[in-house]
Structure formats: structure tokens, C-alpha cells
Write a protein that binds this ligand. Structure first.
Ligand code: G6P
Length: 467
């Protein structure tokens, strides 16, 4: 039983995903984990409503014991902060896509302005002993702005995406200013050791900082902690979805519509970081080089569009439309479509049924902070007859999902070979690979992640946090 008084948790992210009366079940795994902690501690989740409009005092809504507080942002802020600096500058840069990174002074101005607005609006609602947890690349400077208001709370930051190599990051104008702001936090979290180590590299080479054996990082007079803390899926909730009527019905529907053909599945936001073009090319290579497999296999790619106002997302969508058309045009037969390409999302229970019916889960991002589809695919499998996960070595999940067939997502041959290997893998090997991954997914789930991070944050030394 919990005896100590619970510290109130304040979560701040670009968008709020806490449940509301209108969308009671629409939240993802992250939201489920955080809302549990928010409910226990009477906490608040702050963020942008997703709507354009004049920014006013936050709208507080309490639903099912969880309080969310949202603000609108003027159109110009949405363009410069969200579409601009977050999604046209930081996102591509942090995913190693310097070629897609746009450097506009107005974007940086909008980013700093909106972070300031977040600080001004939220600051007055934070009590001295609240635990404050800021999420993701949209809000890196927020901790620093809160400190400037005199807040001495424990404030943590978690980066959900990769941390880029130093040489890439230094291409960003004012990169040092951005990283300096991170030192206002007490604890910063990364998905994997790899991103943590690339961060260390920046600290050593660009900031003349020191890395302590205990995970502390000192730059000048500031000492903070930086940890690797991989996010997981909401395992309990996923199991409920997986075993639901809806999942079973979807599974039956998929088996029936597959008519004995092996299903390969991919599920991704339509984003260039997911390596979808390369995946389609890898599948095309498989079909070119294995004519005997035709009509015995098909790929179902589910890719709901994302960030559609950004040009690079419109481009990748057009390229995939063309490529999927070419693949089907070249290989389809009167009674076989090799690629089913679907541009909308499905509820989790439906996805669970699809994952279970799939012999192969194809998860091939060019870079990904973590990738929870890989973990959901594993969680959905039949223990007596599990499918095979093919996973990019450049996804954060590869560090934990070591039973996957790891591939280089840039290599069409690698993907083609892995598909063949997965489809012909003996049952014994499939089980031996799957079981430890399943145990990991169930153990290191999203609640484990949240507790691990907030435990470290709660233990961060008090005092000395003024800048
Ligand atoms: C990634 C980011 C999240 C973001 C999500 C969806 O997972 O790390 O912060 O919320 O993509 O992107 P969107 O731009 O639609 O919020």
C-alpha cells in the first residue's frame, strides 16, 4: 500500500491526449499511463487544444478523475511553431534528414514565442511541490522559461524522438541555445542508450561538459541527470483489446480474406521517417526475385496521413501513391493484389486482430525514437504459433526487441531476404525468438516507464535549482 503523500503531477505536452466526454476512449498508450498518474495525484495535463484561435486562459475540464487544461493558438503560431519549427526544422533534423530540414528565422521566433506563452499560462497554476514533466521536442525551452519565473520545482523532460549526432545538430542555427535550455531541467530522459550517448557527445564536444559515473552531467555550475528510459505499450490495456470480441472478429475476417495467403503487415503514421518507400521497394524486390511466392503472400500497409499541411508530408504521400500503384500494376493478377495500401487508421482492437493474423510484422523506419507498433505486434501474437517481427536496426525498439529479424531499412535486398526468412522460419525458432520479446513488452510497459522516470525525478536533489 502507498503510504507516502503523493506529489501532484503536472504533465505538459504539445497536444493533450487526456480523455474527454467527447472522446472517452481515443487516447493512446502514453495517455493511459499518464492519466493513471494524473488521477492518483489529482494532477493536470496542459497543452494545445489543436485548435487555431486567440490564446486565452486555459480551459480546465475534469473527466473521469483527470483534469486537462488546454489553450488555443493563433494561426500564425500554429504555422511557425507547430508546422514550422517543430515539424519542418526539429523533426527532420532529429531524424537525420538534413535534406528536408528548413531553417527559417520566423519558425524559431514562433517556437520561442509559443513556449513563452505556455510558460506564462501554465506557470501560475504550478504549486511549489508539484512534480512537472514536460514532453518532447515541441517544448524544449519550456523548463528554462518556467525557471525564469522563479519555479524551483523538480522539472523533468522526456524526448520521444532520437537525439541527433553532434555534427548534424550543429547545422541548426542557435543549437547551443536550444541545448542550454535543457540544463534547466533536473532530469532529462531519452528512449535508448544510443540517443543518450549522442547527447553526451554534444555535451563533451560543444559544451565542454562532464559526464559523471552516476549519470549526472555537469556544464558550468549546473548538474543534471540524463537517463535512458525506453517507453513501452500499455500492456494491460492491449491485452484486453487483443482478447476482445472486436479483435477476434477482425482476426477471423483477415483469415477469411487472406484465403490461405500469408499476410505481411505494416502500420505507420504516413511519415518519411518510417521508411515506407524503402519498405515498398524491399517488397517489390522480394516479388521480383521470388516469382514462386506470387499469389501466396500479400502486404497490408496501413498508413493514416499525418501533418498534411507540411510539404514534405504531401510529397511522401504522392510518392507512395505512385509506388503502390506501380507495384500492383506490375505484379497483380486477376485474383491477387500484392499490396493493399490503406490511408486511414483503425481502433486498437482491430489492429490487434490484424497483427495476430499477420505472419510477419514489417517495421522498417529509417530512424525512430522507439516504435511501439513493433511492441504491439509482439503483444498480439498467438503464443503457440507466433509471427515474425522484421525490425529496422535504426528503431529505438531494436535495443529491446532482440528476437526480431533486424534489417537495414535502406537495403531492398535486406528487406526481401528477411521476408523470405520470416515466411519460412520453423515454428520452434519463431517461438524461441518471440517469447523473450513478449516478456519484455509485458514487463517494461508504459507504466514501468512512467514510474522509472518519475522515481528518478522525485529523487533529484532539492535546492540549487535556481539558474
Ligand atoms: C511522434 C512525436 C509525438 C507526436 C506524434 C504524432 O510520436 O514524438 O510528440 O505527438 O508523433 O504527431 P503529431 O504531430 O500528429 O502530434
Amino acid at each position: 500500500m502507498e503510504c507516502r503523500p503523493l506529489t501532484r503531477l503536472i504533465v505538459i505536452s504539445n497536444r493533450v491526449q487526456a480523455p474527454t466526454a467527447e472522446q472517452p476512449g481515443a487516447q493512446g498508450g502514453l495517455a493511459v499511463a499518464l492519466t493513471a498518474a494524473l488521477r492518483e495525484t489529482n494532477g493536470i495535463w496542459f497543452g494545445w487544444s489543436g485548435e487555431a484561435g486567440e490564446t486565452e486562459a486555459p480551459r480546465f475540464v475534469t473527466y473521469d478523475g483527470v483534469t486537462s487544461a488546454t489553450i488555443d493558438l493563433p494561426e500564425q503560431d500554429v504555422e511557425e511553431y507547430y508546422d514550422g519549427y517543430a515539424n519542418r526544422t526539429l523533426w527532420p533534423l532529429f531524424h537525420y534528414r538534413l535534406d528536408l530540414t528548413e531553417f527559417e528565422r520566423d519558425f524559431q521566433g514562433g517556437y520561442e514565442r509559443v513556449n513563452q506563452v505556455f510558460g506564462d499560462v501554465i506557470g501560475p497554476h504550478i504549486r511549489p511541490d508539484d512534480l512537472v514533466w514536460v514532453h518532447d521536442y515541441h517544448l524544449i525551452p519550456l523548463g528554462w522559461l518556467l525557471r525564469r519565473q522563479g519555479l524551483e520545482n523538480r522539472i523533468g523532460f522526456f524526448l520521444h524522438i532520437p537525439w541527433p549526432p553532434t555534427k548534424l545538430l550543429t547545422a541548426l542555427p542557435h543549437h547551443r541555445r536550444l541545448v542550454d535550455a535543457l540544463f534547466a531541467y533536473d532530469v532529462i530522459g531519452f528512449q535508448t542508450r544510443e540517443w543518450l550517448e549522442t547527447f553526451h557527445d554534444y555535451v563533451i564536444h560543444e559544451m565542454n561538459g562532464e559526464i559523471g559515473a552516476d549519470g549526472t552531467i555537469t556544464v558550468g555550475s549546473r548538474t543534471i541527470r540524463a537517463i535512458a528510459c525506453p517507453i513501452g505499450i500499455d500492456a494491460q490495456d492491449f491485452v484486453v483489446s487483443r482478447d476482445s470480441e472486436e479483435a477476434l472478429a477482425t482476426h477471423a475476417r483477415m483469415v477469411e480474406s487472406s484465403i490461405g495467403r500469408s499476410l505481411i503487415v505494416g502500420v505507420d503514421r504516413l511519415d518519411y521517417s518510417k521508411g515506407l518507400e524503402e519498405r515498398f521497394s524491399g517488397y517489390q524486390r522480394y516479388l521480383e526475385t521470388r516469382p514462386g511466392a506470387h499469389a501466396h503472400v500479400y502486404l497490408l500497409q496501413i498508413a493514416p496521413p499525418s501533418r498534411a499541411s507540411v510539404q514534405s508530408y504531401q510529397d511522401i504521400r504522392a510518392q507512395l501513391d505512385a509506388l503502390s500503384g506501380r507495384i500492383n500494376g506490375a505484379f497483380a493478377d486477376i485474383d491477387w493484389v500484392p499490396l493493399r495500401y490503406v490511408n486511414h487508421g483503425y481502433p486498437r482492437a482491430v489492429l490487434a486482430g490484424i497483427y495476430r493474423a499477420a505472419r510477419v510484422g514489417l517495421v522498417t523506419p529509417l530512424r525512430d525514437g522507439m516504435n511501439l507498433v513493433a511492441k504491439e505486434y509482439v503483444a498480439a501474437q498467438d503464443p503457440d504459433d507466433p509471427g515474425v517481427l522484421i525490425l529496422s536496426r535504426f528503431a529505438g525498439a531494436a535495443a529491446q526487441m532482440d528476437g526480431a529479424v533486424l534489417i537495414n531499412p535502406y537495403s531492398a535486398d535486406d528487406i526481401a531476404d528477411a521476408i523470405e526468412r520470416a515466411l519460412t522460419m520453423p515454428l520452434e525458432e519463431r517461438i524461441a525468438r518471440w517469447r523473450p520479446m513478449y516478456e519484455n513488452v509485458m514487463r517494461e510497459d508504459v507504466t514501468w516507464w512512467r514510474r522509472r522516470f518519475t522515481d528518478v525525478l522525485e529523487q533529484a536533489p532539492a535546492g540549487g535549482r535556481a539558474l
